[in-house]
Design a binder for this molecule. Structure first.
Ligand code: DX5
Ligand code: ZN
Length: 224
């Protein structure tokens, strides 16, 4: 099933509850939460305390994207805070397999994210241990950037790799520059979960925008 995961990075942080309710009213499937440490990426956002607060008001699952160094040290804290999907960057984890095992042992969906320049081949030996691949379609750190066109080829290559490894259970998520105008092309290239921050929050009517995006995805799926 195709899912929309709005990024809270573009939300109003002085009233997150209101924005979360709005996203749920639009039918968002997941809530994408961007955690940045000022080291792995040149920006700092939120930690487990905020994720815990979000978890208290959100009804839909939390899709937590860690853009931090040493992610293995923080797995337990973010799972305790309520993460349902926990995604770490391959570039930030020299012992990636160990971190994945740590997430899986807690019964949470484990994701691995790749920066735009990182080849999908780094996933080859962990594909059967993970639930999600998050392909960055911008350089991580900030919302509102433009979609990098090479992502489409990367997604097609990933589909081939998933088939080769019988890893059809792995969901593919794309993050950065996703808008109503490119969602169909990204979907056709093999995306299951669509992260959108500015594409939803900067729309005149964010509730309607989520509904429109869902409609584009379902008509594409129905028509094959
Ligand atoms: C960027 C974050 C994204 C960001 C997407 O580092 O991982 O989740 O919020 O924002 P848009 O959709 O505006 O590109
Ligand atoms: Zn993200």
């Amino acid at each position: 099933m195709k899912k929309i995961s709005p990024s809270l990075l573009s939300a109003n942080f002085s009233n997150l509850e209101k924005d979360i309710k709005m996203l749920e009213e639009g039918g968002a499937h997941l809530l994408h939460i961007d955690v940045m440490d000022g080291h792995f990426v040149p920006n700092i956002t939120m930690g487990p305390v905020i994720v815990e607060a979000i978890n208290k008001v959100a009804k839909i699952p939390l899709d937590v994207h860690l853009m931090i160094e040493n992610p293995g040290n923080y797995v337990d804290a973010f799972i305790d805070a309520g993460a349902d999907y926990l995604t770490v960057h391959a570039e930030a984890a020299p012992h990636l397999h160990r971190v994945i095992q740590k997430i899986k042992a807690r019964g949470v969906k484990a994701g691995v994210s790749l920066n735009p320049h990182t080849p999908i081949s780094v996933l080859e030996n962990v594909l059967n241990d993970i639930d999600l691949v998050l392909i960055m379609s911008v350089n991580p750190g900030f919302g509102g950037q433009s979609f990098i066109p090479n992502t489409i080829e990367k997604l097609r290559g990933l589909q081939i790799m998933l088939k080769k490894h019988n890893a059809g259970h792995v969901e593919v998520e794309v993050d950065g520059g996703i808008k109503i105008d490119n969602i169909k092309e990204v979907s056709e290239a093999g995306c299951d979960i669509f992260v959108s921050g500015s594409g939803i929050f900067k729309a005149k009517n964010p509730i309607q925008m989520i509904k429109d995006m869902t409609e584009v995805l379902s008509s594409y799926t129905l028509n094959g």
